[in-house]
Ligand binder design. Structure first.
Ligand SMILES: *Cc1c(COP(=O)(O)O)cnc(C)c1O
Length: 412
């Protein structure tokens, strides 16, 4: 009727979705603040030298994170790829040109086994090889120490992993003693906002955050905060080099600082638009100043409503849990009594997904017969819509054999 019918998705004939799963990339990331969207439109109207824009981005990221410098890329995964290539190639144009063939360079990246994720493919994409240490729940310090060789380019440390066992300060101490840089994958480590500074303060050389998750920047954005020399290498391997060397040395920010002009680097396909850079910077500044208590109250209100309403429905039982990944935010776990409802948790998740709009919940605990409603990306009216859809699903299923009227569950 109103806004919804005139949305750009409706005009293009695309079904909208409700993101009840958090900040998932497959749902387009998070929802941007109006001021972020407006800044992106503003950016779209004027040309800008990308070397100027990234240089200023570096200063802003440095101010917010406490790192020496920073850089914007089209996602945290892109940030990890270029972090690894920076640790291998430095500012050497011939090594930059050689990647992803990393023969003859320091070309291995050490990871604790429990830190492996399906994002770490980017290490291989950069041309490095992963050297895994330890077991899912245990890694001993000597093993990291012994894994350091002349070929080691970096240690990649992933935060928010429950199965980690060597903590970041220990990893940094061992790595730095061996003159090896530490890259921190902090893609999903927000909130709390204090984590913007925490890993840098601990001594990490490069820290990568997703822009499309809790920062509420554009879906295709991510930031790297870190040492100036490594950030310069990232810039050299990322920025478009379609400029003659004589001019580059006098008029391009990367050239006037000395050195030779490389060709387009390994990061050239990981292009980021001026709109995304502006968007994630405005989002970052807003996030750093946001009131975490207000946001927490919104989430608490939404999960309280969802739990109470779900517990009115037959065959579903809801309770509030802390976030799986240790972030200070609540989620709702809904357990499905398959015998009673005549549907499994997966059936309920698929039914929610099939409607219009698609209601997308997290299926992380599906094998335990449960799903998660994560309130992070919900708009004010979304909880009601979700409950309406769950009611319809329960009613449709209960209707044919509704012989349990007297013992209808109200949950706990
Ligand atoms: C989401 C995520 C990434 C990738 O972030 P993008 O910004 O989507 O590229 C990398 N590592 C971890 C641990 C993540 O959770």
């Amino acid at each position: 009727m109103t806004m919804r019918d005139s949305s750009v998705y409706t005009r293009l004939g695309v079904r909208e979705a409700i993101n009840a799963a958090g900040t998932l990339t497959r749902l387009g990331g998070s929802l941007m603040l109006p001021e972020v969207a407006e800044a992106m439109v503003d950016a779209s109207r004027t040309a800008v030298k990308m070397d100027d824009l990234e240089a200023r981005a570096g200063e802003i990221i440095a101010e917010v994170t406490g790192a020496e410098s920073g850089y914007v890329l089209p996602g945290a995964a892109a940030g990890l790829l270029l972090s690894v290539s920076a640790c291998m190639a430095d500012d050497d144009p011939s090594r930059i040109q050689q990647l992803p063939d990393a023969a003859g360079m320091q070309n291995t990246v050490i990871m604790q086994k429990g830190h492996r994720t399906d994002y770490d493919r980017v290490v291989r994409m950069a041309g490095a090889r992963i050297v895994e240490i330890g077991f899912p729940g245990e890694v001993l310090a000597w093993e990291l120490e012994r894994a350091m060789t002349e070929d080691t380019a970096a240690v990649l440390h992933v935060v928010n992993r429950p199965s980690s066992s060597l903590d970041l300060p220990t990893v940094i101490e061992i790595a730095h003693r061996n003159r090896v840089p530490v890259i921190v994958d902090a893609a999903a480590a927000l909130p709390p906002a204090s984590n913007l500074q925490r890993f840098t303060h601990a001594g990490a050389d490069l820290v990568v955050f997703s822009g499309g998750k809790a920062l509420r920047g554009p879906g295709a954005s991510g930031i790297v905060a870190g040492r100036a020399a490594l950030i310069r290498s990232i810039a050299l391997q990322h920025q478009d080099m379609d400029i003659r060397e004589e001019v580059w040395k006098r008029a391009h920010r990367l050239g006037v600082n000395g050195g030779e002009r490389p060709y387009h680097g390994i990061g050239r396909p990981l292009k980021v638009g001026k709109e995304e850079i502006v968007g994630v910077l405005i989002a970052l500044l807003a996030y750093a100043q946001s009131d975490e208590q207000t946001e927490r109250s919104r989430l608490d209100g939404q999960v309280g409503f969802l739990r109470d309403q779900v517990n009115q429905l037959m065959g579903l039982r809801a309770h509030i849990l802390p976030d799986f990944h240790g972030r200070p935010q609540p989620i709702v776990r809904v357990d499905v009594d398959a015998a009673r409802l005549g549907m499994t948790a997966a059936d309920v998740v698929v039914s929610l997904d099939e409607g219009n709009p698609a209601v997308c919940v997290s299926d992380e605990p599906i094998l335990e017969g449960a799903f998660i409603i994560n309130p992070f990306s919900l708009r004010p009216d979304d909880p009601e819509t979700i409950i309406g859809r769950l009611k319809a699903i329960v009613a449709a299923n209960a209707a044919p054999a509704d012989t349990h009227k007297g013992s209808r569950s109200t949950g706990i």
